[in-house]
Design a protein around this ligand. Structure first.
Ligand SMILES: [Zn+2]
Length: 212
């Protein structure tokens, strides 16, 4: 067995909140507080969903066959003939070999923004229309993805897919045109059994994946 670890660090350029910025990042669930540390984190499932969606859209743009996630009955059901996305990210019947972790927000601080709704008729603040939005600011986003594989080449393919998904999610790839430039991709570090993977090996695999 080979153990893959991919460490990620993103630089946070603007505050995250449960409204617009989170949607821009593609994360549909709000930041939540880790029950153990009490610190704000982006849930692992949100980060996985973000990376998967970006991998899918890049592969589809290259006319590479991927199934129709997230509709369960349109997704691959058997590992043997699964598309590359389901092989690495799983489907309702295929277990994902990759384990995603929550994304830590380093140097995070919270603030609560309170807004009010003004009645158009009375021009007064309606007392029961107060609502709040949590805003989280910080400096860096940090996470790691791990997995165990029988085949070393699968470790390299997983590294390539994670690079494709995270680079485009950050706006340094194809996502740039969608205005996602508010985080910077700072560190991408794939390791196999704790030994750093050569970037040329990953680059060659990215080219191979995008050609298939
Ligand atoms: Zn599939």
């Amino acid at each position: 067995m080979y153990k893959l670890t991919v460490n990620f660090i993103f630089e946070l350029k603007s505050a995250l909140h449960s409204g617009g910025d989170i949607v821009k990042f593609g994360v549909d669930k709000a930041v939540y507080l880790d029950p153990v540390s009490g610190k704000p984190v982006i849930p692992a499932t949100s980060f996985k969903g973000l990376i998967r969606r970006h991998v899918e859209s890049i592969l589809k743009a290259k006319n590479i066959r991927v199934c129709d996630a997230p509709k369960p009955d349109a997704m691959c059901s058997e590992t043997a003939n699964a598309c590359i996305v389901c092989r690495f990210f799983g489907s309702p019947t295929i277990k994902s070999p990759l384990i995603f972790n929550d994304v830590e927000i380093l140097n995070a601080y919270n603030s609560i923004k309170t807004s009010t709704t003004i009645s158009r008729f009375r021009k007064t603040v309606l007392e029961d229309h107060l609502f709040t939005a949590q805003v989280v600011s910080g400096s860096l986003l940090k996470t790691a993805v791990t997995g165990l594989f029988n085949d070393k080449d699968d470790c390299i393919t997983a590294s390539a897919l994670l690079y494709i998904g995270s680079a485009s999610a950050c706006g340094i790839g194809a996502g740039l045109s969608r205005g996602m430039g508010w985080i910077n991709f700072k560190k991408y570090e794939p390791l196999i059994d704790d030994t750093p993977l050569n970037s040329e090996v990953v680059n060659n695999k990215i080219r191979e994946v995008l050609k298939s």
